[in-house]
Design a protein around this ligand. Structure first.
Ligand SMILES: Nc1nc2c(ncn2[C@@H]2O[C@H](COP(=O)(O)OP(=O)(O)OP(=O)(O)O)[C@@H](O)[C@H]2O)c(=O)[nH]1
Ligand SMILES: [Mg+2]
Length: 654
């Protein structure tokens, strides 16, 4: 593929509800531009964009892919995003590389949750946008009705746009007038716009997001996409007109960089593909300068230089070599050593680090185990590789529950991660019930004796301690108030060690014990039989007894939730929180509609919250969750946890 200049490149993200035909539209465009001879179909697994094995198997897009379409000396780099909710991280990344978005709307279904999500994402990124209506071949489809729905939802900035511009109706005229004061005056004076003014007004309006054209051109399953391509080639702002990229320079000071081919090179890596055969592919948007094969660029996050191989253009999985790439283009480079998604590569003499990617924080976790215990290491390395590809997954090894958790946006995303582990790394994993990192503590005091004595035959063992237990603000406090040499000082560290080790597994439910103060105040010893081990064991015995006698209780993690829902659903969400032992702390109306509900609930009641909230709100609700504090488990619940633990132990020892 030839190199394109900044002015002849357009970068367009394809967004929209799942299944609206984004990937299919690209197939039509590839056919129309002569790249393919026959149109691929998503259901046949032979499209250019959905090339990943998992995408073919599932029949929908999972990864963002790049499909450049060369059209009348312009190259439109389409960035095809998955429409399904779980893959919002892919959409965020795509919008960091695009100058405009096309929101695909299904003629039959009209506005869907994914349409709203796409619109909101465009608002967040100030993204100029176009609306294209797919599946218009349906009999019941009526353009004016759909347009009216879109205007009802998103406002009058949504206008029908005939292309090439022919008859310009009043709503379009008004929108053009609003783009510019001079044009507004002319409009109110009743003067006609010149062709140049119309074009200027339209471009400004689209670039600022004040005009959102709905493409009027009909296109049907694989035919006639040229109207849309013409419109996009003409009206999508060129990369050089894009709002500047924000970041920091070598001194950590804020900088803004406009896309320009002049000056030192810099590029933003928005996507990583881990190909089992080719290795790692870093997909980047060139922000400034020019990138050539063999260039040495600096990775400002990793603080390492990277030598680039030949840059290439991706078209689905196909790699097309390019001699060089100019600012504004999207290219890929293979086998970079240190670079991850969200990194900046730049000229060493002009350091810059662009703002990192917005990675959605995980809201849904599952606990996994390798089906074969010997594969644990492979699971670890596999997950680390997959996280390079999808930074929105979290991989946590919980030190208290000893479980491996993977987190993401929902069950589809995590199911795919599990399939990929099998497929690419050959390890089968299974999900297991998630454990909560309960903790044990005490609310009262106790004074107990721990005595370890073994004096039958051979060398004896003797350790005897009296310890006072009470609550503490700190995780663990230890001191001694011994008098008269009841316990020789050299055994005191062994007592402390014995207590510390016992804290790992409390007597109630085998959980970590916290917030305990222990004072060693008395004891006895034996001249011959006492040793460190005996005092350690004695301390452990004292601990068990001491905790049980000091009014112990179980503590559980309480999470803070910020839940964003449209007004209609607040009642349902609040009711559901009550069922989860949760509390609503407050409510804040949001700009642009909807409410933010602040709530707290025990983690134990929230495992499925991401899935339930989604179904409760038809996919319109979302939430963020952070750990808040530990709180005492209510007695009824605690009794059950303790009983379950006892049963588990009994089964283990049976
Ligand atoms: N009848 C008809 N079917 C279409 C049209 N466009 C797409 N389809 C079909 O709709 C289904 C979904 O199309 P995709 O292209 O995968 O939709 P998508 O928007 O890429 O979906 P996600 O990747 O899940 O977001 C496929 O079975 C297509 O063949 C169209 O214009 N008319
Ligand atoms: Mg798709």
């Amino acid at each position: 593929m030839k190199s394109y200049t900044s002015e002849t490149i357009r970068n367009v993200a394809l967004l929209g509800h799942g299944g609206t035909g984004k990937t299919t539209f690209l197939e039509a465009a590839l056919l129309e531009t002569g790249v393919t001879k026959k149109m691929g179909k998503v259901e046949d697994g032979n499209t250019v964009s959905d090339y990943d094995k998992m995408e073919i198997e599932k029949g929908y897009s999972i990864n963002t892919s790049i499909v450049p379409i060369e059209w009348n000396n312009t190259k439109i780099n389409f960035i095809d995003t998955p429409g399904y909710f779980d893959f919002v991280g892919e959409v965020n990344a795509a919008l960091r590389a695009a100058e405009a978005a096309v929101i695909m709307v299904d003629a039959g279904s009209g506005i869907q949750v994914g349409t709203e999500a796409a619109w909101n994402a465009c608002e967040r990124y100030n993204m100029p946008r176009f609306i294209v209506i797919s599946r218009r071949e349906k009999d019941e489809f009526n353009f004016d009705n759909t347009l009216a729905d879109l205007q009802g939802k998103f406002g009058t900035k949504v206008v029908a746009l005939p292309w090439p511009l022919s008859d310009i109706d009043d709503s379009l005229k008004e929108a053009i007038a609003e783009s510019d004061e001079e044009l507004m005056e002319k409009y109110f004076d009743g003067q006609e716009f010149t062709a140049e003014e119309i074009s200027r007004g339209l471009m400004t309006g689209i670039a600022h997001g004040d005009i959102v054209p709905v493409c009027m051109d009909t296109f049907q399953m694989g035919q006639k996409v040229e109207g849309i391509l013409n419109l996009l080639a003409a009206c999508v702002p060129t990369p050089t007109h894009h709002a500047p990229y924000h970041g920091t320079d070598g001194k950590g000071e804020a900088v803004e960089k406009n896309i320009t081919k002049d000056g030192p090179a810099s590029a933003f890596v928005f996507k990583t593909i881990v190909d089992p055969f080719v290795g790692k592919i870093s997909v980047m948007k060139v922000v400034t300068g020019k990138i050539e094969a063999g260039a040495e660029l600096y990775n400002t996050r990793a603080d390492k230089a990277e030598r680039l191989g030949k840059p290439f253009v991706l078209r689905g999985k196909e790699q097309i070599e390019m001699p060089s790439a100019e600012a504004g283009d999207i290219i890929a480079v293979a086998k970079l050593q240190y670079t991850q998604s969200g990194d900046t590569l730049c000229d060493k003499n002009a350091l810059v680090k662009y703002d990192a990617l917005d990675v959605p924080s995980p809201t849904y976790y599952i606990a996994i185990e390798a089906a074969d215990k010997n594969d644990e290491d492979k699971v670890g390395t596999g997950l680390a590789r997959l996280k390079e590809e999808d930074p929105s997954i979290a991989v946590d090894r919980n030190a208290e529950t000893h479980q491996t958790l993977i987190g993401g946006q929902g069950d589809i995303q995590l199911g795919i991660i599990m399939s990929k582990l099998k497929d690419r790394f050959g390890v089968t994993v299974k999900t297991v019930p998630q454990r909560i990192a309960y903790r044990e503590t005490i609310k009262g005091q106790s004074e107990v004796q721990g005595k370890h004595k073994k004096q039958s035959g051979g060398a004896g063992q003797y350790g005897d301690v009296w310890i006072r237990f009470s609550p503490s603000q700190e995780e663990f406090e230890f001191s001694e108030e011994l008098f008269g040499g009841s316990v020789p000082k050299n055994y005191v560290p062994a007592v402390e060690k014995g207590l510390l080790e016992s804290m790992e597994r409390g007597p109630l439910a085998g959980c970590k014990v916290v917030n305990v103060k222990a004072v060693l105040y008395d004891g006895s010893y034996h001249d011959v039989d006492s040793n460190e081990v005996s005092f350690k064991i004695a301390a452990g015995l004292a601990f068990k007894k001491g905790i049980v006698e000091a009014n112990p209780c179980l503590m559980e993690p309480i999470m803070h939730l910020d839940i964003y829902v449209p007004d209609d659903y607040t009642g349902a969400v609040m009711g559901d929180m009550n069922k989860r032992r949760g509390r609503i702390l407050g409510m804040e109306p949001q700009m642009g509609g909807g409410q933010k509900l602040m709530a707290e609930a025990p983690q134990a009641e929230l495992f499925d919250y991401a899935l339930v909230l989604r179904s409760m709100t038809q996919g319109r609700g979302r939430f963020e969750m952070t750990f808040e504090r530990y709180e005492e488990v209510p007695k009824m619940v605690a009794d059950k946890i303790i009983a379950d633990h006892a049963a588990e132990e009994a089964a283990k020892n049976a």
